[in-house]
Design a protein around this ligand. Structure first.
Ligand code: MG
Length: 343
């Protein structure tokens, strides 16, 4: 019966208790949802890291593609990814929702279920947030807090000339998934997920995996000099490391890792879509720098996290980031990563 209800029938407090019902607080949450502020405790000697991200309907997601369960997962995943990029342990999340009042209650229930499933997978507890009604679509704002020992926190600013540039996983899958959705591909129901190549690419767009175990392991090993998560494409995101570290890089086009489903999807293109690999957003892989002497150790460490990773370039002292093709010629990509305020 409740499946036909709208959220307006619940009222704000009904809504909050409905979301809170699925939350179980561990010992590091002294006071969770329900008071004026949450009270949490960090482990001894740890510093607190905080990151926030907004997802706007028709800017970051479309409700016709994004089922509420995977939307809930992604809302948290993109935030956990930022904590992972600092090499920190994700701990707590705040969730603020502005929702059209005619939003079906089952949408909220499925969204919450997805959000809390991602939280559970990464040891994150929902400790509060805000709800209000929206006259212009669904707005999701998530804040994630994590912790780490000061000496282990990885920033964008530590890359040194001569370091390898690494990426985890594969690049361009989420952008290719988005392209398939834009071309009218219908996302498979959750039960059939991950079977075909198209499904894999679409699920990388709709349900990305933050690399928190790898980020944490890399930080703990003390081998990495700078790190960022790839949300806007490796060119744009490594560009941030380059800028903050006062370095540049030479990236090798042919070493950039792409998945088998990506290679299959590429057959429909007149030319290999390098721009999706270099500047496609939302893969949420990690890009980091480390001295070449650590190659073997890093490969092993990533393997233990069930993740592939490879060096794809070298940090240079000259400030530009250039891409070389197989012949060593400079490759000029068509466009940079996604920029919200670009004209
Ligand atoms: Mg980031």
């Amino acid at each position: 019966m409740t499946r036909d209800k709208k959220i307006s029938e619940l009222g704000e407090f009904g809504l909050i208790s409905r979301i809170a019902a699925g939350v179980f607080a561990p010992d590091n949450v002294i006071t969770g949802i329900g008071d004026d502020a949450a009270v949490t405790v960090t482990d001894q000697g740890m510093q607190l890291l905080t990151s926030t991200d907004m997802l706007l309907e028709d800017v970051h997601f479309r409700r016709r593609w994004h089922d509420p369960y995977r939307l809930g997962r992604k809302s948290l995943a993109v935030n956990i990814s930022d904590i992972a990029a600092m090499g920190a342990i994700p701990r707590w999340a705040l969730l603020s929702l502005a929702m059209p009042s005619d939003l079906p209650l089952n949408f909220l229930d499925d969204f919450t279920r997805g959000f809390l499933s991602m939280a559970g997978e990464h040891g994150v507890t929902l400790i509060g947030g805000d709800t209000c009604s929206s006259r212009s679509g669904l707005v999701i704002s998530v804040t994630v807090m994590g912790e780490q020992l000061p000496a282990l926190i990885l920033r964008r600013s530590g890359a040194r000339p001569g370091d390898d540039v690494w990426v985890t996983g594969t690049l361009g899958d989420a952008a290719m998934g988005l392209k398939l959705l834009e071309d009218g591909c219908v996302p498979s129901p959750l039960t059939g997920e991950g079977q075909g190549g198209g499904d894999y690419l679409v699920s990388r767009q709709l349900d990305p995996t933050p690399r928190s175990a790898a980020g944490l392991a890399l930080a703990g090993a003390g081998l990495v000099t700078a790190m960022i998560d790839i949300s806007d494409g490796i060119l744009a995101d490594f560009g941030h490391i380059a800028e903050m570290s006062g370095v540049g890089a030479t990236l090798r086009l042919n070493d950039l890792p792409v998945s088998v489903p990506f290679r299959t999807a590429v057959r429909a293109f007149p030319q290999f879509p390098h721009h999706l690999v270099l500047s496609g957003g939302e893969d949420y892989e990690l890009c980091f720098t480390a001295a070449p002497i650590h190659r073997e150790k890093i490969t092993e460490l990533l393997k233990k996290c069930s993740l592939a990773g490879m060096p794809v370039g070298i940090v240079t002292s000259s400030p530009e980031v250039q891409v070389l093709d197989a012949d060593g010629a400079s490759f000029l990509p068509k466009k940079q990563g996604f920029n919200h305020f670009a004209p």
